[in-house]
Write a protein of this length. Sequence first.
Length: 88
Amino acid sequence: MKTIACPTCDQDVQWDMNHLQKLKARWVIVCEKCGNSLFSVSEEEKEMILAGIRLTEEYVPDIIHAYHNEDVKNLPSRVWFGEIKKSK
């Protein structure tokens, strides 16, 4: 869930792709207070976004969850890559 501020009335609006509403030929997210359209996509764009979300959920590892399951107390807090050599 994301929070954005309506540029018209400055109301904070909670939204995600499940809050899209069909308005004529477009899918929109509107401010609950003033009705201003905050986000608008076509049917094709909506399907592409949802397909991307599904692919991300399926194939991208949950890094935060994996990090919390690791014993990170013994890991160094700095990362060092060594010397960078000049190429000729």
